[in-house]
Design a protein around this ligand. Structure first.
Ligand code: PMP
Length: 287
């Protein structure tokens, strides 16, 4: 089956899809992106993801390449063409193509819009065996709230994790606190049973899954505290887990080689994942 990508107004063969060599995303990482999860042909949390895309664009003063309505149409058309039942929709907007210069182009430039889809396995309520984490220094800039394609520190942290046999890296700030994962938000459950995740500010990305999980925790009447927590505290926690559009809720069973709790996925992460999977089942299937 042909796989399509959307590139600046056209649906093209994914293998042939390309952008100009002077696209500012390619040369300067001058662009933003979003990833929306798809389960059983349904988009998960489309509206907050597109709201965050708008916010990222505004922060960088990049114009929206198409209206919200048109973007919604393009997403659905690409899903249909690629028969995407389980996976993700990736969308990227860059400032566009211009003669290389760090400053914004002075002549009007059309922002570039690219969408791709990726198939992944069908995510189920079962949490699986859990994952291992490796801690890494957080060497990123001070605007981690913007979802930019400038991901080199995240790339290096994730690679260091993978080379040590861990799945994800947790990034540690200058005072020893965990900000977030290389591509996920970080959570712990304390010995007292409190859910803890770092507050959102310029130091982390406000994960959409994180936001949805906050409401789920509220419905379940779990106590949630948004505050910094240290690596030492995480290692002592009863449970730990990560969240993202593509990992949902995934338990952390090891941090830097030490087991978290009894070294097995815990009940809170299990429950939250179940509820999140139930949440993903709402709405109309596109494919
Ligand atoms: N933090 C970072 C750095 C990320 O890249 C991601 C994934 N986009 C997240 C957190 C999780 O965000 P979301 O739940 O919106 O996927």
């Amino acid at each position: 089956m042909a796989r399509y990508a959307y590139v600046n107004g056209r649906y093209v063969d994914h293998r042939q899809a390309s952008v100009h060599i002077e696209d500012r995303g390619y040369q300067l990482a001058d662009g933003v992106y979003e990833v929306v999860g798809v389960r059983d042909g349904k988009l998960i949390d489309e509206t907050p993801h597109l709201d965050r895309l708008d916010r990222s664009l505004k922060e960088l003063r990049i114009a929206a390449p198409v209206s919200r309505k048109t973007l919604g149409f393009i997403i659905r058309e690409l899903m249909r063409r690629n028969r995407l039942r389980d996976g993700l929709v990736y969308m990227q907007v860059t400032r566009g193509v211009a003669r290389r210069d760090h400053a914004f182009p002075t002549a009007p430039v059309k922002p570039a819009l690219v969408l791709t889809t990726k198939n992944t396995k069908h995510l189920v309520a079962d949490v699986g065996p859990g994952i291992a984490i490796k801690s890494q220094p957080d060497i990123r800039w001070e605007r981690c709230d913007i979802k930019t394609v400038a991901l080199l520190p995240n790339v290096l942290a994730k690679q260091a994790a993978r080379e040590s046999g861990a799945y994800e890296a947790w990034l540690i700030d200058s005072v020893g606190c965990i900000t977030e994962g290389a591509s996920t938000n970080a959570w712990i459950v304390t010995k007292e049973g409190e859910l803890v995740t770092r507050q959102t500010d310029n130091g982390i990305l406000a994960g959409i899954t994180r936001g949805t999980l906050k409401s789920i925790a509220d419905t379940l009447q779990l106590k949630l505290v948004e505050r910094p927590f240290s690596l030492a505290e995480a290692k002592q926690a009863r449970e730990a887990f990560i969240t993202s559009a593509t990992s949902f809720v995934t338990p952390v069973v090891k941090i830097d080689g030490d087991p978290v709790g009894d070294g097995k996925p815990g009940p809170t992460a299990r429950r939250l994942r179940e509820e999140y999977v139930r949440f993903s089942e709402a709405g109309e299937a596109v494919v």
